[in-house]
Write a protein that binds this ligand. Structure first.
Ligand SMILES: Nc1ncnc2c1ncn2[C@@H]1O[C@H](COP(=O)(O)OP(=O)(O)O)[C@@H](O)[C@H]1O
Ligand SMILES: [Mg+2]
Length: 357
């Protein structure tokens, strides 16, 4: 890659993954080894400070595993993960624990992620205490501050999780994630369990927080509609690999990989054809197709696609497809214009939802 920005060596990305892989052993009912699921299989990514990277793809393609690897909640089998240019493996246990305050995870299910036996105040204060963020005497004030930051009245601090709606619970989970003052947050499908109208509110909240606090955010989602609104860059995953990656406007406006095109076409209102294209299940990650893993579902596949793994090469932005130069244009111009119209309507819808729950 070119160093045209001139910043290389001066400002390290917040997060960098280099050829990261992680497999999980698979056993049959008798406990005999049946091989391994290559959940993440050679992923390289860079997330600049203060940016939002979206990771999209169908269920089972390795998004959550990648998110957990990025936060060092699980260890890679190979490859390296750098946080602010530093390989966390080089840190002592104590130094790693201290580093944990800089990295937080928001889960999909706010019902499962909040302990039903803790009040809101206890839940939000826990990371404050764990990382010694504020003295005990200041705890209550800090919790109140965090709650109002996520759009909840501080009086609610004494209540229990079951007293809240899904959207409110997710706000509490966000307040808890913010408590330690993180630099990087991974949101693993953070709005997927919520009603559509509430999704928009929570996404808007996240977007405001990212801007105000200068957060770096990795947003994992199978829903391209959610991602379009907030991502600076998008990485598309298929069976443990990244098949396309680049600036969001590029990936959405001029998708290169047939899989990305199929995903985009499957977004409601984005035209026909995708349903047929993505028929059939994702192949097993235990024994993935040779060459290009998407070839068994790709309408364009040729012999070379079975023979060689396509490199993630720069075609304006990065895409891993042998047939890049002979594919038809991604979207005919009139369709793209219509897509722009749809996008405007979607954004208008999102901004209408900004006024409270
Ligand atoms: N702890 C685990 N043990 C065994 N297999 C796992 C484990 N975690 C994930 N997998 C497998 O790895 C693949 C990727 O899973 P995941 O990262 O959860 O995908 P996604 O979040 O995109 O749905 C799936 O085939 C899943 O079954
Ligand atoms: Mg997942």
């Amino acid at each position: 890659m070119s160093g045209a920005g001139g910043k290389i060596g001066v400002t390290a990305p917040m997060l960098e993954l280099r050829d990261v892989a992680r497999a999980f052993p698979v056993r049959d009912a008798l406990g005999r080894s049946k091989g391994a699921v290559r959940a993440v299989d050679g992923v390289s990514l860079s997330v600049p400070r203060g940016s939002v990277l979206a990771i999209v793809g169908e269920s089972g393609c390795g998004k959550s595993t990648l998110g957990r690897l990025a936060l060092r909640l699980i260890e890679p089998d190979s490859g390296s993960i750098l946080f602010e240019g530093e390989d966390l493996r080089s840190l002592s246990a104590a130094a790693l624990r201290a580093r944990r305050r800089d990295m937080q995870l928001i889960f999909q299910d706010p019902f499962a992620s909040l302990d039903p036996r803790m009040t809101v105040e206890q839940a939000v204060a826990e990371p404050l205490r764990l990382h010694g963020i504020v003295p005990r005497a200041k705890e209550r004030d800090r919790v109140a501050e965090l709650l109002s930051r996520v759009g909840l009245r501080p009086e609610l601090a004494r209540r229990w999780p079951h007293e809240f709606s899904g959207g409110q619970r997710q706000r509490i989970a966000i307040a808890r994630a913010l408590a330690s003052g993180p630099k990087l947050i991974v949101g693993d499908e953070p709005v997927s369990a919520l009603d559509v109208s509430v999704q928009a509110q929570v996404i808007n909240l996240l977007q405001d927080l990212i801007r105000e606090l200068g957060l770096t955010f990795v947003l994992i989602s199978h829903d391209l509609g959610v991602v379009r609104h907030i991502a600076d860059r998008v990485a598309v995953m298929y069976l443990g690999r990244i098949v396309e990656e680049g600036p969001a406007a590029e990936v959405f406006g001029n998708p290169k990989h047939p899989y990305t095109r199929a995903l985009l076409a499957a977004v409601p209102g984005q035209g026909r054809g995708a349903a047929a294209l993505l028929e059939g299940d994702v192949p097993s990650p235990i024994n993935p197709p040779s060459g290009c893993r998407f070839r068994t579902r790709c309408p364009h596949a040729e012999a070379i696609c079975a023979e060689q793994v396509p490199p993630l090469a720069d075609h304006g932005h990065r895409a891993a497809c042998h047939l890049q130069h002979q594919l038809p244009p991604a979207i005919a111009r009139h369709e793209r214009d219509a897509g722009g119209e749809r996008l405007k309507r979607l954004q208008a819808f999102f901004s209408d939802q900004r006024t409270g729950e």
